[in-house]
Design a protein around this ligand. Structure first.
Ligand SMILES: Cc1cc2nc3c(=O)[nH]c(=O)nc-3n(C[C@H](O)[C@H](O)[C@H](O)COP(=O)(O)O)c2cc1C
Length: 138
């Protein structure tokens, strides 16, 4: 299996998720930040993983733009990761945008970050187990 992970993380919580995920996955894994990746020239992969926080009452706008601009992903699998400080997950928005690009969601993961999220330490207790289950599905 091959994977390409594209992520944005402001405070480092999402980065922690992606780093652990990349270490868990077997096969070829490419990890790219949102600014390193190009939506019109995605590396070939069996499964694309997109990870971004909620910001400004929506999905992070850079990730929104990226998903809207994606090309060449028709028929591919995707897995979606979202962190959010409020209770509202932005996975549905990510899924809607991914579906418009012909991708099929195979797994999703979201965390409501806690008090220390601005220090990059906001992932809730037990986050590793939840992440490992997610990794097992993709
Ligand atoms: C500019 C800004 C706006 C934010 N707005 C929201 C919001 O509207 N809703 C929400 O649930 N979280 C909001 N957050 C909290 C982020 O979701 C949180 O910082 C993020 O999930 C932490 O992950 P990261 O460390 O990977 O960036 C906001 C954070 C920032 C920096």
């Amino acid at each position: 299996m091959s994977y390409a992970i594209v992520y944005y993380s402001h405070f480092g919580n999402g980065k922690k998720i992606v780093e652990r995920l990349a270490a868990q996955l077997k096969g070829e894994v490419k990890v790219l930040t949102l600014s390193e990746a190009s939506p019109k020239a995605m590396p070939p992969a069996d499964t694309y993983v997109f990870s971004a926080p909620a910001e400004a009452f929506s999905l992070h706008r850079g990730m929104k733009r990226f998903l809207k601009d994606l090309e060449g992903t028709n028929g591919r699998k995707c897995a979606l990761v979202n962190t959010h400080a409020s209770r509202k997950s932005r996975i549905p928005k990510m899924e809607e945008l991914a579906a418009k690009k012909g991708m099929q969601k195979v797994a999703e993961l979201d965390y409501q970050v806690t008090g220390d999220y601005r220090n990059g330490n906001g992932l809730p207790e037990g986050w590793e187990k939840k992440l490992d289950e997610f990794a097992g599905k993709i």
